[in-house]
Design a protein around this ligand. Structure first.
Ligand code: FES
Ligand code: FES
Length: 161
């Protein structure tokens, strides 16, 4: 079946099998490999993208269901060769190690800060509960989000459970 999809502002039209996920379509058919496949079962958040303005797990959406829609991936966060405020905050605060979770994490942070520009630590934890990170222990991710939202406290003031 032929589908049309806008990805990061560019329009694509391509044949796709009916059982192909949006994740595989983005990665393997369109080359947006910044979106990662972790669990493939809607559990880990590594495949998070924006679909029609809301974050979704791309492994749980069929490409044919996305026909006519609009997707934003991590590649769309770099504008004119510059990282976004959130990406820079992750870089500054060591919010990534292996980086496997990072694309999904950053898009979930974007969605969170859109809803709530100054989230508390607890609100950050709630907002990112669908995104798993095996490396960082989350502390640096929380600091990155506090930094990105202009509320990074001085070192030593954070209280992590
Ligand atoms: S790969 Fe989609 S949620 Fe894990
Ligand atoms: S940085 Fe490795 S999984 Fe998060």
């Amino acid at each position: 079946m032929k589908i049309q999809l806008t990805v990061n502002g560019s329009r694509y039209e391509k044949d796709v099998e009916e059982n192909r996920t949006l994740l595989r379509f983005l990665r393997e058919d369109l080359g947006f490999t910044g979106t990662k496949e972790g669990c493939g079962a809607g559990e880990c958040g590594a495949c998070t993208v924006f679909f029609n303005g809301k974050t979704v797990n791309a492994c749980m959406v069929l490409a044919v269901e996305a026909d006519g829609g609009s997707v934003e991936t991590i590649e769309g966060e770099v504008k004119d060769g510059k990282f976004s405020v959130i990406q820079e905050a992750f870089d500054r605060n060591h919010g990534l190690q292996c980086g496997f979770c990072t694309a999904g994490m950053i898009l979930s942070v974007k969605e969170l800060l859109h809803r709530n520009p100054k989230p508390t630590e607890d609100q950050i934890k709630d907002g990112l509960e669908g995104n798993f990170c095996r490396c960082t222990g989350y502390t640096q991710i929380i600091e990155s989000v506090l930094d990105a939202s202009g509320q990074l406290p001085k070192k030593g003031e954070l209280h992590h459970a």
